[in-house]
Design a protein around this ligand. Structure first.
Ligand SMILES: [Fe+2]
Length: 212
């Protein structure tokens, strides 16, 4: 009997994002990659109960944080506490993490080139700074998908107007690390709708010209 294939589950959770003295209402995409037995969560946003329900009785291998903005990490400690799963974050975003969770550090560093394996599928860590210094994307070739966090959305780059962001840096990350993936690669984002590399790639020069 062949094992059930790895799959992607999706939740949308609601809460707030705070930085630089402002607070905004946001809906976040929470992605789960796994099979009936084991799973990774990508971005434990806002609602640990809902995410734990989606994990179910599966073994949670880790909570991957695409970056340290508080809307993407606010439920990570609660989910870790109830499951025992480690929290994974690129060290360059620990400055952002500590704003929300000063008394609870992440458990493991993510680094460019790391490969996480779940249900026989690989998640390759791409360090894609710009939206934040330690932003990462997760490329899953077997699923023809990349989880882009807030680095690339349908219609353009993630925001770079606030502290710790850089527009030239995010453009370089998108150009060199994401638009070089196969064009059929589905881009599963941190907020809003999914897209594909092939749908976004022709617009890079427009984004550079408009400056965001
Ligand atoms: Fe963000």
């Amino acid at each position: 009997m062949t094992p059930p294939p790895v799959r992607v589950d999706h939740l949308v959770t609601s809460g707030t994002f705070s930085l630089d003295g402002g607070t905004w209402e946001v809906d976040n995409n929470v992605w789960l990659v796994g099979d009936d037995h084991e799973v990774y969560v990508i971005d434990a946003a806002h609602d640990a109960d809902a995410i734990a329900d989606a994990v179910g009785d599966r073994r949670l291998l880790g909570i991957i944080c695409t970056h340290g903005h508080d809307d993407h990490i606010d439920a990570a400690p609660a989910l870790a506490d109830r499951t025992g799963a480690p929290i994974l974050l690129h060290p360059q975003d620990e400055v952002l993490w500590r704003m929300r969770h000063p008394d609870r550090a992440p458990d493991k560093p993510l680094a460019d080139g790391d490969v996480l394996t779940v249900a026989g599928a690989q998640l390759r860590v791409l360090h894609t700074p710009g939206h934040s210094p330690g932003a990462v994307c997760l490329h899953a070739p077997a699923l023809t998908t990349v989880f882009s966090g807030d680095t690339l959305f349908q219609g353009g780059p993630g925001a770079t107007g606030r502290s710790y962001s850089s527009f030239p840096t995010i453009v370089a990350s998108i150009r060199e690390r994401l638009l070089t993936l196969p064009p059929e690669t589905v881009v599963r984002t941190g907020h809003g709708d999914s897209t594909t590399v092939g749908d976004e790639a022709p617009h890079l020069e427009e984004w550079i010209a408009r400056g965001h």
